[in-house]
Structure formats: C-alpha cells, structure tokens
Design a protein. Sequence first.
Length: 200
Amino acid sequence: MARDIGPKDKLSRREGFDLFGKGAKLTRINVLPGVHGPKGGPRNVSQFGRQLREKQKVKRLYGIKEKQFKRYIDEAMKTRTNTVDALFSRLEKRLDNVVYRLGFAKTRPQARQLVGHRHVLVNNKRLNISSYQVGKGEMITLNAKAMEIPSVKKELEQKNKKVPAWLKRKAGAGQMISEPTFADVTEPVSAQDIIEFYSR
C-alpha cells in the first residue's frame, strides 16, 4: 500500500493548508518549504501551476497516489452525471475517509491505520482495504479492541462532533444513508481546476 512517509508539515506548507489535522502543532503554514521558501512575497502562478497545486492538494488530502487518482478521474469522466460530483463521491466513499467522516478518528491517516490494522468492520466483516468503496446502506463498525484505543475513545466521547448528512452514527457504528457529492466536501478545494488539469 503506497503512502507518503516523509515530513507531513512540508506537504501542508506547500499547499498552504493543514492537510493532516495537526492544528496548532503545524507552524509556519504560510511559509513555503525549502531553502527559498522564506524569501520574497507571493509568487506569480500560471493557470497550469494553479491547477497542478489543486490536484496535488486533493491527492495528499485523501492520501492517494497519482495512478489511483487518475483512475478516479477517468471513471468520473465516463459517467453521465456531473463529473465533479462523480469524482468526489468516489473519494468520499473510500473506507478510510468514511471512518474519518464518522468521527471514529481525528485524521484521515489515523482512520487509514484503523482500517489497515483490521479494526473496522463493514456489514460485520473485517476489511483492511482503505480504498474500498462503501455502498449505500452498508454498516461501518469498530471492533471491541478499537473501542479501547485512547485516541478513538476520546473522539467518540466528543458530543459536538458533526457527521455529514450522507452518514449517520451512533456510538461506534455508522451507516451511509445517501450518496455524497462535492457539496459535502468541507475542505477548500477548487474542483474545476482539477477537472481542467486532466482535460488538457
């Protein structure tokens, strides 16, 4: 399972956005990484450069590599529905993202770890495939061992945790009740730039 194992702060600083939910721990968010990052003011970015940055941001946000992301794009462009909604529906329905959106984990990397360590059940069956596409009506639950993990217990105890409208949750169990769309994405993303990048 391919993943980035380098410094995550650099990735967030490059995109100018907290990609991994580090909050106050993330410093110098407005300073680009590298030796030339602190020098000068804002750079002039071309249309291609802007589109590339948006594509990279979304890939890093969901923790996927280029090959897989390109496959999602190709599938979305072949559908008869809105391409943007089709793309982000696939991204949002990834099992690791659903675990994150349900509030079982504080960050997507943590959610991906829960899935990888076989702590997540889909319709009462253990599943350790982060890219699995959760279907409407499917039940997502945590096993007893996961419920005892301090970080998971802390997340579940939060009373003000908001769950997206396309999901519903009760304690350590959740269900997908409708198809997610781009409107359900809470992070600042320019979807049109991504579509235009791959439409060249």
